[in-house]
Design a binder for this molecule. Structure first.
Ligand SMILES: Nc1nc2c([nH]c(=O)n2[C@H]2C[C@H](O)[C@@H](COP(=O)(O)OP(=O)(O)OP(=O)(O)O)O2)c(=O)[nH]1
Length: 130
């Protein structure tokens, strides 16, 4: 069976990315997002999940290179995005904490294992964006 895609959304604003803390024993810092539904594009899933989880409207951009396996059922892709506006009042429906993180601090968070390979490329992008 094909692996289902999980989209992680790297929401970038002013040289920082939004990291979110997933609670629980398998928790850790991650890119907010979730599973792509059958028939849904990655980009539509990304926008839907971010609206659902954080109440934030975003503009979805390019995927970072690569895919990472999560267990034996899922594969993680990470998409760049930016907030559609600057009037966001954060609501946390699935996460216990969020942080805007600059490139130099990316390595200090306890990221989920599948997210770590994306951090170097993301860091370059944040420096260019800042
Ligand atoms: N959203 C997200 N999930 C990640 C990342 N890295 C990583 O290993 N995961 C894992 C954690 C979860 O096991 C899985 C995503 O599941 P999820 O619970 O966010 O998916 P969902 O919102 O569609 O939830 P559900 O409808 O299935 O309950 O992928 C990441 O950066 N973002």
């Amino acid at each position: 069976m094909d692996r289902r895609v999980v989209v992680g959304v790297a929401i970038v604003d002013g040289g920082r990315v939004l990291a979110a803390l997933r609670p629980g024993p398998d928790g850790g810092w991650e890119f907010p997002g979730g599973k792509v539904e059958p028939g849904e594009s990655d980009e539509v899933a990304a926008a839907r999940e971010i609206e659902e989880e954080l109440g934030l409207r975003i503009i979805v951009g390019a995927a970072l290179p690569g895919e990472e396996l999560i267990g034996d059922k899922y594969v993680l892709r990470v998409y760049l995005a930016e907030p559609a506006g600057h009037d966001w009042l954060p609501v946390l429906r699935e996460h216990t904490e969020i942080r805007w993180v600059q490139a130099a601090d990316l390595g200090t968070l306890g990221w989920l294992p599948a997210d770590r390979p994306f951090l170097a490329t993301l860091g370059h992008h944040l420096v260019a964006d800042g």
